[in-house]
Design a protein. Sequence first.
Length: 196
Amino acid sequence: MRNKMEKALRDACTLLGTVLADTTTAGTMAQCAELLAKTFQQGNKVIICGNGGSATDAMHFAEEFTGRFRGNRPPLPAIALSDPSHITCVANDFGFDEIFSRGVEAFGKPGDVFIGLSTSGNSANVIRAVEAAHHGKMHTIALLGKDGGALKNRCELEFVIPGTTSDRIQEIHMLLLHSIIEGVERILFPDNYQDA
């Protein structure tokens, strides 16, 4: 079992090394942080969603903005589309593929940012949400996995994590999301970072 655990760590490290070796990754992360900071400065918000583990990553991301990350500062408007009553209502009345797009239509405004998480890139409900965000003149960011799936090249900014399993992909997604949050805070609240 110890060997299996060591392999898990090595696999995670190898995938992270692949992402780091892609010379576009850090630049795209910086672009995301700058876009989100500008969005908040202009009085707009972020809407994020995903399925399963990606849904919890979306909630984690949102609470880091509405709560705190590295230091105390004003809350920032971020919404994870994860309300069980909304999801079950829409799934029952319109179908599971519409659970996120209806939320985007309800809460999204021009100038907001939509972030979609999909480890396969093929989640029909995330695809529909991206379409709704485009229709609503929102900015779009995708965190994808494997080969990017049907969502590849459908958003303004994207990350495609070339892992083979959802767990490893989600680990990198959360690292990217945490780093983007840090970038936003460094732009908007530099006093929280003594090394800025």
